[in-house]
Design a protein around this ligand. Sequence first.
Ligand code: HEM
Length: 203
Amino acid sequence: MGDPARRTVRYTSVAVALHWLIGLAILAMLAMGLAMVHLKLAPVDKFKLYQLHKSIGISILILAVFRLGWRLVHRPPSHPADMPRWESGAADGTHVLLYALMIGMPLVGWAMVSVSPFNLPTVLFGVIPWPHLSFLTALGSKPVLEPVFKLIHAYGAYVLIGFITLHVGAALRHYFIQHDTILQRMIPGLPRFERRPTARTDP
Ligand code: HEM
């Protein structure tokens, strides 16, 4: 807990910007990943989508590593003093898992393309060549490893969708039901939620 007088009360602007940038990019990646794997697309569109998916995914990896470093040196605001222990534990646990997935998903995607028998190059946004993970490429077990990474990447996406739903649900509960200021810490300037006055029934 520490000295209450020294508690951080808000996120830094960098933390807020990274939260929304990475959050929106991940939502786009989930939609794009599901579309490119499950929709019937023309091969040329599919190839373009894969390249975009890999480009945004690697950008997320770089931003997420920076974000983790930023968080380690900039203490986030503490939970409200009256928050039940189960709730602060659930919030902390969800945040740790979201960080793990934010970094783990792109790493597994990178590993997957590094062992793909197609050996297609990754060129970020059509400009920056991005290497394969050479220690994986050097292994002679691509046909075994590729489906394993594919499976982890696909199931990871569904776990990520689950935790994002939990995270967004909790944020909305704070705003619309508990009427506290947790959501305002990530959306500075958001007005407090006002409960509509109930119609008076007395004469
Ligand atoms: C936060 C980052 C990422 C998210 C949320 C994400 C999400 C997804 C999703 C939802 C799918 C569809 C899975 C399925 O239903 O089978 C997918 C597929 C794929 N992802 Fe990602 N991805 C991320 C990063 C990356 C990165 C960095 C790469 C490569 C550098 C990558 C390469 C691929 C490939 C090649 C597929 C197609 C797999 C197949 O053909 O079955 N992804 N991704």
